[in-house]
Design a protein around this ligand. Structure first.
Ligand code: AP5
Length: 222
């Protein structure tokens, strides 16, 4: 390892639990959590040019163009909270993004340490996306099995309203899974060839996935 920068890429299909696990892992390892989906949703909420551009792609379950996404991540990586490392959730999603990330990190004398892959079957992904509720205020994610949506967020005293993401509608869910399989799954081989990929059974309950993930990641990053 050339430096101690802890770069982790969390791979997995839509609804595999990347957001749920990345937030907990970032807290445990005290490193930043970068979710490109969340960055785009924040831009959209603020009505920026980037948010307006991303909207159409997101609502159709398509990927936002690589050059736009890469520029946004490059900028985010240069922020002070990324100095010790970060967990990338939802990025890279194409081989071109992965190559651009390698270059951006090399420029900063950093590198990716480990790429955990959450393995979840398509049928389970569809079921999870159909039952997901997201907090409009803080972005926290819940399943309606664990929290009735009418109760609101309640995470860290947040009182936000829970809503269904527009891209969680059935038609868009299926397109997101198709896009994942065509454009993002090739990354499994990309990182396997570099000896960075570790597989995690993402169909276990949240706690077991978290324990397995933390064990595998700390074994590599400490
Ligand atoms: P993004 O927000 O990244 O969506 P995604 O990858 O499809 O992932 P999700 O957020 O849907 O799911 P997740 O894996 O985080 O699962 P979660 O933890 O929520 O991207 C949205 C869009 O932005 C893209 O479609 C694209 O348009 C654009 N975009 C983003 N990044 C881009 C990029 N790099 N390039 C181009 N475009 C990009 O969990 C799901 C549900 O399951 C929740 O209800 C949760 O409570 C539940 N759950 C989680 N774990 C478990 C478990 N172990 N057991 C039971 N339930 C569980």
């Amino acid at each position: 390892m050339t430096n101690a920068w802890r770069g982790i890429i969390l791979l997995g299909g839509p609804g595999s639990g990347k957001g749920t696990q990345a937030a907990a892992l970032a807290e445990a390892l005290k490193i930043a959590h970068i979710s490109t989906g969340e960055l785009f949703r924040n831009h959209l909420k603020q009505g920026t040019k980037l948010g307006i551009l991303a909207k159409g792609y997101m609502e159709n379950g398509e990927l936002v163009p690589d050059e736009v996404t890469v520029a946004m991540v490059r900028e985010r990586l240069s922020e002070p909270d990324c100095a010790g490392g970060c967990i990338l959730d939802g990025f890279p999603r194409t081989i071109a993004q992965a190559e651009a990330l390698d270059m951006a990190l090399a420029d900063m004398n950093r590198q990716v340490m480990v790429v955990p892959l959450l393995v979840v079957r398509d049928g389970v992904l569809l079921e999870r996306l159909s039952n997901r509720w997201t907090c409009r205020a803080c972005g926290a994610v819940f399943s309606q099995f664990s929290r009735p949506p009418r109760e609101g967020c309640k995470k860290d005293e947040c009182d936000g309203e829970l809503y269904r993401r527009p891209d969680d509608e059935p038609e868009t869910q299926r397109n997101r899974i198709r896009v994942y399989s065509e454009q993002t799954e090739p990354l499994i081989n990309y990182y396997q060839q570099r000896g960075l990929l570790v597989r995690i059974d993402g169909e276990q309950d949240v706690e077991h996935v978290r324990e397995g993930l933390l064990a595998k990641v700390t074994a590599v990053t400490l």
